[in-house]
Design a protein around this ligand. Sequence first.
Ligand code: SF4
Length: 327
Amino acid sequence: MFAGYLSLYKSGDLKRRIQRLLRSLIRCTLCPRACGVNRIKGETGYCRAGYMICVNTAQPHMGEEPVLSGSKGAGTIFFSHCNLRCIYCQNYQISQLDKGYEIDIKTLAGYMLSLQDRGCHNIELVSPSHYIPQIMEALYIAIPMGLNLPIVYNSNGYDSVSTLRYLEGIVDIYLPDVKYSRNETAYELSNVKDYVDLNHRALKEMHHQVGSRLFIDSEGIARRGLIIRHLVLPGHLIETREILRSIRNDLGNEVHISLMGQYFPTYKGLYHPDLKHPLTSEEYEEAVAILEEEGFENGWIQSLKDINDDFRPDFDSEDVFKFLSST
Ligand code: SF4
């Protein structure tokens, strides 16, 4: 199975989409914040991203779901800035403290090709929502130079449907978060008032584009489909149940769920009454039981005893993901 964007490149459709996407930066409406700032001129909105791409790291990542990391790693590119302000964000150094460095489109294309040369199984765009036009431009440069890996779109799930539509046939694997089932929690923890509704619509669009089934090749690597991530938060199991039920009702129970138990208190979460504690093994076991009760059969759960400090990224370090070196 070839990456879908190759035929869009040949037909000229990819170029046309890029031109339209670039226009949306003039009064930025890329994501649901719809700030209306002129990103081409370098103005910044809620996410604090201007026109230039800002990245923190691009490297093979062995800690993703097994179908993404495989034996050689997911080809992750971590983009700086974010359109949410999660008080417990494990990547807060890059999402909210803006650590990273500016690069041009050609350099980003070079990163994609370099990850492919290193044997990575995909190009995983981490927090790409605010840079979609620029990423597509880089893709356009990298394709004639030989890029052919699947594209993984790893977002916080606060995406605009109108922007996602431009990605149909380009993104091979959607990897969105579903963080909350209640808008009041989303507002308290991520400073967003309409997350639940917008996340719901984004998920439906992603599902429409790639379906419920995850296509996995003979080497156990995902080639196309949808994987939904939910990070279980301490003291918020009611929402875990509501989220899983809502996904089952909307998308069915065939969809792959990655139920994450790796929460650790960090950043402003250290001062929140529920979030200042790590997730307990009892809470995670209950979340797994809910997953089973709701009838999900596909996906991944984590072994909490295997989760340790090495899972905590340090974006100040050259060795961002310490567990990479031990695998
Ligand atoms: S991408 Fe950034 S500037 Fe554009 S609408 Fe979203 S938050 Fe605002």
